[in-house]
Structure formats: C-alpha cells, structure tokens
Design a protein around this ligand. Structure first.
Ligand code: SAH
Ligand code: SF4
Ligand code: F3S
Length: 447
C-alpha cells in the first residue's frame, strides 16, 4: 500500500541568489497549511512557482523559456483530462516586469513580488476565480516577515536566515535597488527566535542573508547580531553574505578575531580594479581602499578566505582598466570568486553610458580573469592539504560510505565516514586538494 499523496503538490524552481533560496523555502512554509506538499516533478504539480532573478539579461530570459515549457506541460495535462495547474511567477523579474510577464505568457495565473509572497494563499484563491492577479511594488518587508509562519521546516544542518533586505547603494549597473527596494533590517529579537527554532530542529550552521547584510542596522549592527546568535546552544557556525566594502565596520572585523562561531570566510565583492571604472560604477570605494580593507581584516583573522564578485566589460572599460582588475586580484589572492560579463539592464544608468564593450572583448577578458581566479582557488585549496580542519557533515557523498561536509573556509570536503556523523563537526585531515573540493580522512575513530 502506498502512502496517501498530499492533498496538493507544489513545485518551486529557484533562480538567482541565496535570498531567493530562502524566499522559496518560506513560500513553501506559507503554503504548507493549505495542504501543499513539495514535489520535484513539475508535471505532477498543482501549483508551479518560478522564483526568478533579474540581475542579468540571461537570467531574465531563462524565465520566459521555462514558462514556455511549463505551459506545454500544463496543456498536455489538461488535454489528457488531468487536474488544473496554477502557474505563479515570483521574485525579482515579477517585481521588475510583472505586467510584461502577463502579456508575454498568458498561461501565467499570478505574479508576486518578493515583498508580497506572504499573500500567496489569497492570490492563489483569487487567481482561481479570475486570472490576472499581479501583486508587487510595495516594499514593506516588515509586514511580510510578521505574516510568515513562525515554524520552518529546515531541510538540512545548514540554513539560510534573511536578516536584511534591499539596497540603497545604486551601483550604476545593478537592478537590485529597484527590485528589492531600500535597505531594511529585521528586528534582532525576531531573528534570534528564528535562529533558536532552527537550532532546535538540528541546524548547526546559519548563513545570515542580506543584499547588503553588513548594512544591518539593528542595535549594534551585524557584529552585535553575530555575537548574540553565537550564544545559541547548538548553533556552532555563523556566516553572512553579501557584504559591501563600504559597510565593513571595525566591530564586524573585530568579531572575526574573537567569535569562534563566526567562520573565517568573507564574500566581499569589489567588481573591478580600475578607479575610473569603480567611480563610473558608483561603488564609493577605490581599488586601494579595498586592498587596505582586506589587509586590515587579515590582520584580525590571518587565515580568512576571501571571495568576491567581478564584472568585466563595464562601459568604458579599456584594456588598461581590465589589467588593473587582474592586478587587484593578484594583490588580494582569492579563495573563490564569481565573475560576470557586464549585462546591460534596462533602466539602470550604466545601460545608457557611452563606450559599451563588444561581446567578444568581454569574452576574452572573462576567460583571462577566470584563468587567474581558478589558479588562486586551486592554490588556496592546495594550501589546506596536510592540515586538519573541522568539517560539518551535511549530506551523503556520491560513493557509498562517503559523506560530504564543509570546512570553515566553505570548501566541500569528501570523507569516508558513517552516516551517523551527519550534522556533526569533526576534525578531518585533508589529504588531497582538487579545484572544487578536498578529500580527507577522519582524524579520530568515529565515536
Ligand atoms: N549586493 C551584492 C550582490 C549583488 S548581485 C553586492 O553588492 O555585492 C551579485 C553580483 O552580480 C554583483 O556583485 C555583480 O558582480 C553582479 N552583477 C550585478 N549586476 C550586474 C550586471 N548588470 N551585469 C553583470 N553582472 C552584474
Ligand atoms: Fe547591486 Fe551595488 Fe546594491 Fe550590490 S551594492 S545590490 S551590486 S546596487
Ligand atoms: Fe537576482 Fe533578485 Fe537576487 S535580481 S541576484 S534574485 S536579489
């Protein structure tokens, strides 16, 4: 006898940043009381949610092609006499171009922006009466967080926790200030309650999320929040992302020196190494001030792994400017990185700037930058070989008897270890380094 299926099935596909991953989990939490259980198979779903990203043109276009596929799936199902399928678009594309989505893809039943997803149940009910609901553009995250269910259903030992949303920085290439609104911080009490609930369900590591997480402006800033969460029993690892160099204050840097729960990993995007380009990007820092900042952080925490984001081919970027980016990368030495070709986003100031760079030039620069970044990543991993690092085991590996965990530096570590070590943090001796992972052995016999 098979288990009775859940009353309704929900399929969510997530694009973009970790904030969207968190939002997707919370949408599932909001819908669970209505009888929606998760499925991995969209053909089987009563409700399909695409949680979208607007950051680059490619990300946005993916949404429309995916919608085309889902529409076909739905039409086939209805033709075969199957049940209805409701199609919802959430996230940053929903916020930025909700009306266009409804126009370009009539199969879409509803569109919901990132600050309104707590209203999904009501929107679905309305969409079932008549198509055409579109809810976006009110940036009131406090209302959203207040309305979310207090319970979460964490799916592992590591969880995301949004503490800040939005961005006031207006980098000239970026859509985020328009899709997510201004900077807003959740009250520390609510964050602590959520973190405690996660810890009670076996979560050992939280990653605090924000578009500019170090702009968190609850009392004492992000440093105070980190110290507060570090006291929670069972919560042994704290991370945060993404930070802006401008908001990296002394208190947060100091926390890296003396809060053992705060992991030695910092994602601090710089975008470019030429001051001319940084100015045109409205980054409000120079290459020099960024390098000095990294030095200061390393004085407090010498082993910290630094990661970053880069854009190549920003309007006006000449060969010499790009060389300055390579030079900055050599000076900093990154443990990992994300690099992108500049993508022209409608409505952003950079889209209208003169000196747009040819795609072939962007390709060439990206390839050169990636070669250097790959070398640095490999060098960082190689430097871990022979050392003993604490690993939090998160999931089963591909081979039987193998587990995969994370080092403090966010490296994936493959280890032969029994399943009962899942969720535990144990010392592992690293024996081999690969470009994307490490292999190691348990330092002690498993207890
Ligand atoms: N708030 C974060 C992350 C923003 S989006 C920050 O300021 O660092 C993540 C990354 O996408 C950015 O750091 C940037 O490198 C990249 N990005 C943003 N807009 C882009 C665009 N128009 N073209 C290419 N990459 C872009
Ligand atoms: Fe975008 Fe800049 Fe804000 Fe980051 S700081 S989200 S890149 S505008
Ligand atoms: Fe994309 Fe929105 Fe995140 S544009 S990167 S999903 S904030």
């Amino acid at each position: 006898m098979s288990e009775p299926a859940p009353a309704k099935r929900l399929y969510i596909k997530t694009y973009g940043c970790q904030m969207n991953v968190y939002d997707s989990e919370r949408m599932a939490d909001v819908l669970a009381p209505l009888g929606y259980g998760m499925t991995d198979d969209p053909t089987d779903a009563d409700l399909v949610v695409l949680n979208t990203c607007h950051i680059r043109e490619k990300a946005t276009e993916k949404v429309y092609s995916e919608l085309g596929k889902i529409r076909e799936m739905r039409d086939e199902r209805i033709a075969g006499g199957g049940a209805r399928m409701t199609i919802a678009v959430a996230g940053c594309v929903a916020q930025a171009e909700g009306e266009e989505i409804m126009r370009r893809q009539p199969a879409v039943d509803l569109v919901v922006g990132p600050q309104a997803y707590h209203q999904l149940p009501e929107l679905i009910a309305r969409a079932h009466r008549a198509r055409g609901e579109r809810l976006a553009a009110d940036f009131a995250p406090d209302e959203k967080f207040d309305a979310l269910p207090a319970t979460r259903r964490p799916t592992g030992v590591s969880a995301f926790l949004t503490v800040q949303e939005g961005c006031d920085k207006f980098c000239t290439f970026c859509v985020v200030p328009y899709t997510r609104g201004g900077e807003w911080s959740r009250p520390a009490d609510a964050i602590e309650a959520e973190a405690r609930a996660l810890a009670a369900k076996g979560v050992r590591e939280v990653t605090l999320l924000g578009q500019n997480v170090n702009a968190y402006d609850g009392e004492g800033g992000l440093a105070a929040l980190v110290r507060r969460l570090a006291r929670i029993e069972g919560l042994d690892r704290i991370r945060y992302t993404t930070s802006h160099p401008r908001d990296m204050d002394d208190a947060l840097i100091a926390a890296h020196a003396d809060v053992p729960e705060l992991m030695p990993y910092l994602h601090l995007p710089v975008q470019a190494g030429s001051d001319k380009v940084l100015k045109a990007m409205n980054r409000a820092h120079t290459a020099e001030s960024y390098v000095r900042l990294i030095e200061r952080i390393r004085r407090h925490r010498p082993d910290i792994a630094i990661s970053g984001d880069f854009i190549v081919g920003f309007p006006g970027e000449r060969d010499a400017d790009f060389e300055a980016t390579l030079q900055l990368v050599r000076e900093v030495g990154y443990a990992s990185c994300f690099s992108f070709k500049y993508s022209r986003r409608p409505g952003t100031p950079a889209a209208a700037m003169p000196g747009q760079v040819a795609d072939a030039v962007k390709d060439e620069r990206l390839a050169r930058l990636n070669t250097l970044l790959d070398e640095q990543r490999m060098a960082f991993n190689a430097a871990t070989a022979g050392r003993t690092v604490n690993v939090l085991f998160e999931k089963a590996g591909r081979h039987p008897g193998q587990l995969i965990g994370k080092s403090p530096y966010l490296q994936a570590v493959h280890v032969t270890a029994p399943d009962r070590m899942l969720g535990r943090i144990v010392p592992v001796k690293v024996e081999a380094a690969n470009p994307n992972s490490l292999a190691g052995v348990l330092e002690m016999e498993p207890a």
